[in-house]
Design a protein around this ligand. Structure first.
Ligand SMILES: NC(=O)c1ccc[n+]([C@@H]2O[C@H](COP(=O)([O-])OP(=O)(O)OC[C@H]3O[C@@H](n4cnc5c(N)ncnc54)[C@H](O)[C@@H]3O)[C@@H](O)[C@H]2O)c1
Length: 252
C-alpha cells in the first residue's frame, strides 16, 4: 500500500504524539513530509527518523498562532520538498489558559485552514485534515479523572474543539467544488505526552480507560491511520466530516 506516493504533506505538531506518528505513517505511504512544531529539535528528530528509514522529510520551527509563519511554512514546504498536497493541522494544547487554548487550538487551526485551502485550490486540489477531539463532539466529564477550572482547562478545550468541527464543515462547503477536501479526526484519549499528567493523576489511567467502551486508551498510530485515510484518494468522496477515532467514547 502506498497511498501517498508522490504527495507532499505539511504536519503541525509533528514533534510529538499524534503528529509524529502521522508524519511516520504518511512517509511510510510515500509522502514527503514537512514536520512543523514549536519544538524544533523534536520536529527535526521526527524528520531524521523518516530520512533514516529512506523517506523524504524536512523540519521547521512553527508557532501556529503566528499567521505569517503559517503562510511561510506552507510556502517552505513547496520550496523545500517540491509540492503541497496534504496539510494536517494537528498542533494543539491540552491544559492551558482560556486565551492560550483558543489561540492555539482554534485560531491556529483557523490560520492553517484559511491559508492551506486557498493555496491547495490554487494549485489544483488537495486534502486538509485537522485534529479535533471527542471534546469537539460532546462535553467532557469533569471530576473524572479530576476537577478542572471551568474558565480554562476542559471548557476552553471543549469550546476550541467544537470550533474545529464547525470550521471543518464551513471550509469543506466553501471548497467542495474546488478540489479541496476538508475533514477532521476526533480522537478519544490517546497515550501521548498530552495525557501523561491526567493519566498519572487521581483515578488515572484506569479511570480514563473506563470512559471508553473498548476499555482502553488509543495509540497515536491509530489516529495516524485515520488521518492517512482522509489524506488519501481512498477518501475521495469524503469532505466536511469529523471522524471519531475513540474506542466508542461518543457512541454512548
Ligand atoms: N492525546 C489525546 O488524548 C488527544 C485527544 C484528542 C485530541 N487530541 C489532539 O491531538 C493533537 C495532538 O496532540 P498530542 O496528543 O499528540 O499531544 P502532544 O503534546 O504529544 O503534541 C502536541 C504537539 O503540538 C505542539 N504545539 C503546541 N502548541 C503549538 C504551537 N503554538 N505551534 C506549533 N506547535 C505547537 C507541541 O510542541 C507538541 O509537539 C492536539 O490538537 C490535541 O488537542 C489529543
Amino acid at each position: 500500500m502506498s497511498d501517498l506516493n508522490g504527495k507532499t504533506a505539511l504536519i503541525t505538531g509533528a514533534a510529538s504524539g499524534i503528529g509524529r506518528a502521522s508524519a511516520l505513517a504518511f512517509a511510510r505511504e510515500g509522502a514527503a513530509v514537512m514536520c512543523a512544531d514549536l519544538n524544533e529539535p523534536d520536529a527535526k528528530e521526527t524528520a531524521e527518523r523518516i530520512r533514516s528509514g529512506g523517506g523524504s522529510a524536512a523540519a521547521l520551527a512553527l508557532d501556529v498562532t503566528d499567521e505569517t509563519a503559517v503562510r511561510d511554512a506552507l510556502q517552505a514546504t513547496i520550496d523545500q520538498l517540491g509540492g503541497l498536497d496534504v496539510v494536517f493541522n494537528n498542533a494543539g494544547v491540552g491544559d492551558a489558559s482560556w486565551e492560550r487554548t483558543i489561540q492555539v487550538n482554534l485560531t491556529g487551526v483557523f490560520y492553517g485552514l484559511v491559508h492551506s485551502t486557498a493555496l491547495l485550490a490554487e494549485r489544483g486540489g488537495g486534502s486538509v485534515i485537522s485534529t479535533a477531539s471527542i471534546a469537539g463532539l460532546v462535553g467532557l466529564v469533569t471530576g473524572v479523572p479530576r476537577e478542572m477550572p471551568v474558565e480554562g482547562g476542559f471548557l476552553a478545550y471543549v469550546a476550541s474543539k467544537h470550533g474545529v468541527v464547525g470550521m471543518t464543515k464551513q471550509f469543506a462547503l466553501r471548497y467542495a467544488r474546488k478540489g479541496v477536501r476538508v475533514n477532521a479526526v476526533a480522537p478519544g484519549y490517546i497515550e501521548t505526552p498530552m495525557t501523561e499528567m491526567i493519566r498519572d493523576d487521581g483515578p488515572g489511567q484506569a479511570g480514563i480507560e473506563s470512559l471508553h467502551p473498548m476499555g482502553r486508551l488509543g495509540q497515536p498510530e491509530e489516529i495516524a491511520e485515520a488521518a492517512l485515510f482522509l489524506a488519501s484518494e481512498r477518501a475521495s468522496f469524503v469532505t466536511g466530516v469529523t471522524l471519531p477515532v475513540d474506542g466508542g467514547y461518543t457512541a454512548r
